[in-house]
Design a protein around this ligand. Structure first.
Ligand SMILES: C[S@@+](CC[C@H](N)C(=O)[O-])C[C@H]1O[C@@H](n2cnc3c(N)ncnc32)[C@H](O)[C@@H]1O
Length: 235
């Protein structure tokens, strides 16, 4: 079972996504538990300020350390130590290998930023793995947190039905993209399903899929340096 604590200022932005489809099913099946926590609850004073102006001047507001430290400490004292993930454009790009690693943790905590981001003491005063969704800037960490939760949870044994298997897909071998897929009809607008896929010859089908996966990876992602398709499964 994977337990996740998602710390955000906008719980309503994540709640419906978390209850739909595979994430909802995984929670109902007891494979996944997600607790969404609005860290504004831990801000002091009548106005519950979670942000303030930056030292040194400049535009925007910065997330204050006190409410975030209090929220994280509360979660860890109530539930136990967490593998802590901070969403930031300056983090390590999120990859399938990290999803595998996270899916094997008992408890994750994801912290979503907003505004100009975090007071630096939040980063340095606690132990985080800093994760980026990519080289672009979003308004908040919520989409990144949902991506991390979904990519990790779908790898939990039993989370996907047979028809949604995660055994053979892009990055199962970290150096390989998926092969093309076809379904009915046999011919659509003059485009036919390759003969080999209708041949019933399993070895030929496997070979065709491996070759197409290699071809596609070389063409689209030469940086992955594709080698043999099945020689490097994820640990
Ligand atoms: C507007 S952004 C802050 C950007 C920050 N000033 C910078 O330039 O790196 C507000 C929050 O959105 C989240 N965020 C934005 N882009 C992200 C990305 N590419 N990956 C992960 N989180 C992101 C982070 O939590 C960040 O603290």
């Amino acid at each position: 079972m994977l337990e996740v604590h998602l710390l955000t200022l906008f719980p309503e932005a994540v709640e419906s996504y978390l209850t739909a489809s595979i994430l909802g099913r995984a929670q109902k099946a007891g494979l996944l538990q997600v607790h969404v926590l609005d860290f504004r609850r831990f801000a002091a004073g009548k106005h519950k300020h979670v942000d303030d102006r930056p030292y040194g001047g400049g535009p925007g507001m910065v997330l204050k350390p006190e409410p975030i430290f209090s929220a994280v400490e509360w979660v860890e004292s109530e539930f136990g130590p967490c593998h802590k993930i901070l969403l930031t454009p300056s983090g390590t790009p999120f990859r399938q290998q990290l999803a595998h690693q996270f899916s094997q943790e008992p408890r994750l905590l994801l912290l979503c930023g907003r505004y100009e981001g975090f007071d630096e003491r939040i980063r340095i005063g606690m132990e985080w793995i800093e994760i980026s969704l990519g080289d672009f800037v979003l308004c908040g960490g919520e989409l990144g947190a949902l991506a991390v939760i979904e990519a990790s949870a779908r790898l939990l044994p039993g989370a996907l039905g047979h028809e949604e298997s995660a055994v053979f897909e892009s990055f199962t071998n970290p150096q390989l993209l998926d092969h093309p897929h076809y379904t009915r009809p046999e011919v659509f607008r003059g485009m036919a399903v390759p003969d080999v896929l209708r041949s019933g010859h399993h070895q030929e089908v496997d070979r065709w899929r491996q070759e197409r996966a290699m071809e596609r990876t070389r063409a689209r992602r030469p940086d992955l340096k594709p080698t043999q398709p099945t020689d490097k499964p994820l640990e």
